[in-house]
Design a protein around this ligand. Structure first.
Ligand code: C2E
Ligand code: MG
Ligand code: MG
Length: 302
C-alpha cells in the first residue's frame, strides 16, 4: 500500500485511525506467522516431522470397526503439535500439499497392507484429498502406482472428498471420479451438508458414502433443525443407495439417535479419538466389539 493511500485514513477520526492501525498490526502478525509456518512446513516431510493418526469407523449394524480415517499430524520442533486446520490451508496454498498428500496416501496404504499381512480383518483406509491434489493431472496414475507399490487392493482404499472440491469443473471431475471408482476405490463426501449440497451431482457422480458433518451431529439431540437435517441426509443417502456415516459422535445420546434413524456407521470420540499407529494396532488386535443394542452403554470406549 502506498503512502498516498494511507494518508486519508490518518486524517480520519482518532478512533477510526486507531482501529486501522490495530488492524494493520494484526494483519502483519498473521502474515508473519503464516510465512514462518510455511518455511518450517517446507522441509517438515524430509525431517520426518509428519505422522498419521488413525480414527476408527464403526458399523452400527455389526458393531465392528470397519475402517479407519488417516489424519495428518505435524510435530514441529518450533511450534509443537500444529493443528491440521492451521497447516493444511498453508500446504494447500503453497502447493506443499502435493508431496505431503502423496506421502499420506503411500504411508496409509502401506499401513493398511501391514495390518492385513499381520492377519487383522481387512479394513477400509480412508484418506482425505484436498482440492489442489484432486486437480493434479496425474492423480489417478499416482494413486494406481501407490496401490501397486504397497500391494493394497483398491477396495481397501477410500478417498474422502469435499463438496467444494468436486463442484469445480464438473465434466473433468466426473471423469476423474469414474476412473478412481472403476479401479475399485471407495469414494465418500466429507463434511456433507456444509457446502453446496447440490443434489444433482449426487446423481451424476459415482459417490458411495455421505459423511454427515459434525456440526449437525454436535447438537443433534437438542436442536430440532440439526436433527431434521441429519434425518434428511440419512434418508437421501438411502434413497440414492448410498451408505451414510456420522462424524464427530461424542455421546451415547447422539449414537442412539443415529442408530434409531438408520445411520450405517459412526466415527467420533465416543468410540475412539484418532490414535497413533501403535495404539490403533492394539485396538484392532483386541477386536473390540461395539454391540448394537442397549448394552452399548456398558462398552468401554477408547
Ligand atoms: P475431517 O476430514 O472432516 O476430519 C475430521 C476431524 O474431526 C479431525 O480433525 C478429527 O480429529 C476430528 N474429530 C473426530 N472425531 C471427533 C469428535 O468426536 N469430536 C470432535 N470435536 N472432533 C472430532 P483433525 O484431525 O484436526 O483434521 C481436521 C481436518 O484437516 C480434516 O477434517 C481434514 O479436512 C483435514 N485433514 C486431516 N488430515 C488430512 C490429510 O492427510 N490430507 C488432507 N488433504 N486434509 C487432511
Ligand atoms: Mg475426513
Ligand atoms: Mg469431516
Amino acid at each position: 500500500m502506498s503512502y498516498k493511500s494511507w494518508r486519508p485514513l490518518y486524517q480520519t477520526k482518532r478512533q477510526g485511525s486507531n482501529n486501522y492501525q490495530f488492524y494493520l498490526a494484526e494483519l502483519n502478525a498473521n502474515l508473519q506467522e503464516r510465512l514462518t509456518l510455511e518455511n518450517e512446513l517446507h522441509d517438515a516431510l524430509k525431517r520426518g516431522e509428519m505422522l498419521l493418526h488413525y480414527q476408527p469407523k464403526v458399523s452400527l449394524i455389526s458393531g465392528r470397526i470397519i475402517g479407519v480415517e488417516a489424519l495428518l499430524r505435524w510435530q514441529s520442533p518450533t511450534y509443537g503439535s500444529v493443528s491440521p486446520a492451521k497447516f493444511i490451508p498453508i500446504a494447500e496454498e503453497s502447493g506443499l500439499i502435493v508431496p505431503i498428500g502423496e506421502w499420506v496416501l503411500s504411508t496409509a496404504c502401506a499401513q493398511n497392507r501391514t495390518w492385513q499381512k499381520n492377519g487383522l480383518p481387512p479394513l477400509k483406509m480412508a484418506v482425505n484429498l484436498s482440492a489442489r491434489q484432486f486437480k493434479q493431472p496425474n492423480l489417478v496414475q499416482m494413486i494406481a502406482k501407490i496401490l501397486n507399490e504397497t500391494d493394497l487392493n483398491a477396495n481397501y482404499l477410500e478417498l474422502e472428498l469435499t463438496e467444494s472440491l468436486i463442484i469445480d469443473n464438473v465434466q473433468q471431475t466426473i471423469t476423474t471420479l469414474q476412473q478412481l471408482h472403476d479401479m475399485g476405490i471407495v469414494l465418500s463426501l466429507d463434511d456433507f451438508g456444509t457446502g453446496y449440497s447440490s443434489l444433482s451431482y449426487l446423481k451424476r457422480f459415482p459417490i458411495d458414502i455421505l459423511k454427515i458433518d459434525q456440526s449437525f451431529v454436535r447438537d443433534l439431540v437438542f436442536n430440532s433443525d440439526d436433527a431434521a437435517i441429519t434425518e434428511a441426509i440419512i434418508s437421501l443417502a438411502h434413497s440414492l443407495r448410498l451408505s451414510v456415516i456420522a462424524e464427530g459422535v461424542e455421546t451415547q445420546e447422539q449414537l442412539d439417535y443415529l442408530q434409531a434413524n438408520g445411520c450405517n456407521e459412526i466415527q467420533g470420540y465416543y468410540f475412539s479419538r484418532p490414535l497413533a499407529v501403535a495404539d490403533i494396532t492394539l485396538l484392532l488386535e483386541a477386536d473390540k466389539k461395539l454391540s448394537c443394542n442397549a448394552n452399548m452403554r456398558t462398552l468401554a470406549c477408547y
